[in-house]
Design a protein around this ligand. Structure first.
Ligand SMILES: Nc1ncnc2c1ncn2[C@@H]1O[C@H](COP(=O)(O)OP(=O)(O)OP(=O)(O)O)[C@@H](O)[C@H]1O
Ligand SMILES: [Mg+2]
Length: 448
């Protein structure tokens, strides 16, 4: 049972709503004017308010504003016969919980009420997200899966030298973030980190962006311009989307990597650079090499140290930490106030395939939080956002997710037992042939 206050100057609305809601077992208070309504609001502290926008004395929006000031968590559903944009926007801005139209539709009233009550219940029962109000850590790689911990180790080693690094991984897995973390933790973190997107520019511009140019080198080159290699100094040059680098420039880049010398476009002078090179790509470089779109010799020059960033679906144990991190970050940056997740939300986020990886997770959370309208992120709202993204090729998402979890579980068990299959099968509670079948099915391989 909930306590509900109805404020409307139309007698028929008050009566019919009261009847409808009393029948559902709720306790009803009524008011026919704004002042009276606000007075009752202050004394009975209702769980929910239905509030008319047009009242004889005050505007419903003013009362809404007063109520929200008095009690920010108040749930107020506005009712109006007018469908204009201005008032709807104004009402939502002032903190209306919902908005329904007259003539009232019993279903709509009930839906709005149920949502409000559901929210109230979750709000009472759910603990706050750990550290929801605290400052998010900036520029930190979040995660504690085995895969990510391996990457931390490699980064730790890389910070002490200037070895060339190739970072490979699907889109949105965090390649650029990793490059920044390597630079920031290196001995030359005070030096610049220069980024060049090898897919963004036409060939000639890319060349001058990379190596710089002398004045008069080409039409429009009115003065000497330093390239990113030069600007990086003793720091880092991050070659993003290296798979997109045109073939002719691949040759020039290779020449630079071999000799550590280069010339500006149109220049005579040989320049030297010791900058650290980090390249990243979401392309399958060996496949590009086969198609003769990427030079094999350049590939070997770049992959002195390789970091494979696994897709998020192969390290789902990172998801809860990422979700908590992004909620903190979004609350701070967007002014949202989500502090709680309805039970089930985290589980649902964990089983999503996340083809766009961490970036997709962050984007979905931004949208979910902005639309959350309060402190609690509801499962229903998350489901709506996620189902929009599920393609028809994934008819049974729960099944898919389960097998992902199974794969990760089997893999880590095997690794912990140094690939002793008999012991692993025993611990996993399956027969050895079944384990062998699953290893084959999931393509699990011992670490190289
Ligand atoms: N482990 C992580 N912890 C925190 N934030 C992350 C993590 N991984 C990725 N992100 C964030 O996700 C977003 C995408 O990451 P990033 O741009 O580094 O991906 P990318 O691999 O370079 O993608 P693309 O191939 O599309 O360029 C960024 O906002 C980044 O900060
Ligand atoms: Mg990137």
């Amino acid at each position: 049972m909930a306590t509900i206050l109805i404020i409307d100057d139309e007698w028929s609305i008050l009566e019919s709503l009261e009847m409808f809601l009393t029948e559902k077992g709720h306790r009803i208070f009524k008011a026919a004017s704004g002042e009276e309504g606000y007075r009752i609001f202050c004394t009975v502290n209702p769980d929910m308010v239905f509030l008319d926008i047009r009242l004889p004395d005050l505007s419903g929006l003013d009362i809404l504003d007063r109520m929200k000031r008095k009690k920010p968590s108040a749930r107020v559903t506005m009712m109006t016969a007018f469908h204009d944009m201005e008032t709807t926007i104004q009402a939502m801005k002032t903190g209306a919980y919902d908005y329904i139209h007259k003539p009232l539709d019993a279903n709509e009233v009930e839906r709005s009420l149920n949502r409000a009550l559901h929210l109230l219940e979750i709000d009472r029962e759910t603990p706050q997200i750990e550290a929801a109000g605290k400052l998010p850590k900036a520029g930190v790689i979040i995660g504690r899966s085995k895969n990510i911990r391996e990457i931390f180790k490699v980064i730790g080693l890389l910070c002490q030298n200037r070895a060339t690094v190739l970072i490979q991984g699907e889109t949105g897995t965090g390649k650029e973030l990793i490059a920044r973390v390597i630079h920031r933790n290196s001995l030359y973190s005070d030096e610049p980190l220069m980024t060049i997107d090898c897919g963004a520019l036409v060939e000639t511009l890319l060349e001058s962006e990379l190596f710089g140019h002398e004045s008069g080198a080409f039409t429009g080159a009115t003065h000497t311009q330093k390239g990113k290699i030069e600007l990086a100094g003793m720091g880092t040059l991050f070659l993003d989307e290296i798979g997109e680098l045109p073939l002719s420039l691949q040759g020039k880049l290779l020449g630079f990597l071999q000799r550590r010398e280069y010339m500006r476009v149109g220049g005579q002078e040989t320049l030297k650079s010791k900058c650290r090179i980090i390249a990243a790509t979401n392309r399958d470089l060996p496949a590009l090499i086969k198609k003769r779109r990427f030079r094999e010799d350049l590939y070997f020059r770049l992959k002195v140290v390789t970091i494979h960033v696994p897709p998020l679906r192969e390290r789902i144990s990172d998801i809860p930490d990422l979700v908590n991190h992004f909620i903190q970050k979004i609350n701070l940056e967007m002014g949202t106030q989500v502090m709680k997740l309805e039970p089930g939300v985290m589980e649902r986020l964990t089983v999503h395939p996340w083809n766009g990886n961490v970036r997709e997770l962050e984007n979905i959370l931004v949208e979910a939080l902005v639309k959350a309208n309060g402190q609690v992120l509801l499962l229903e709202d998350v489901l709506k956002l996620l189902s929009r993204d599920v393609s028809e090729e994934e008819p049974d998402i729960a099944c898919y997710a389960l097998s992902l979890m199974e794969k990760e579980h089997i893999q880590s068990t095997l690794e912990q037992l140094r690939w002793n299959r008999t012991k692993a099968a025993k611990i996993l509670g399956i027969s050895s042939p079944t384990l062998r079948a699953k290893i084959r099915k999931y393509g699990i391989r011992p670490p190289a």
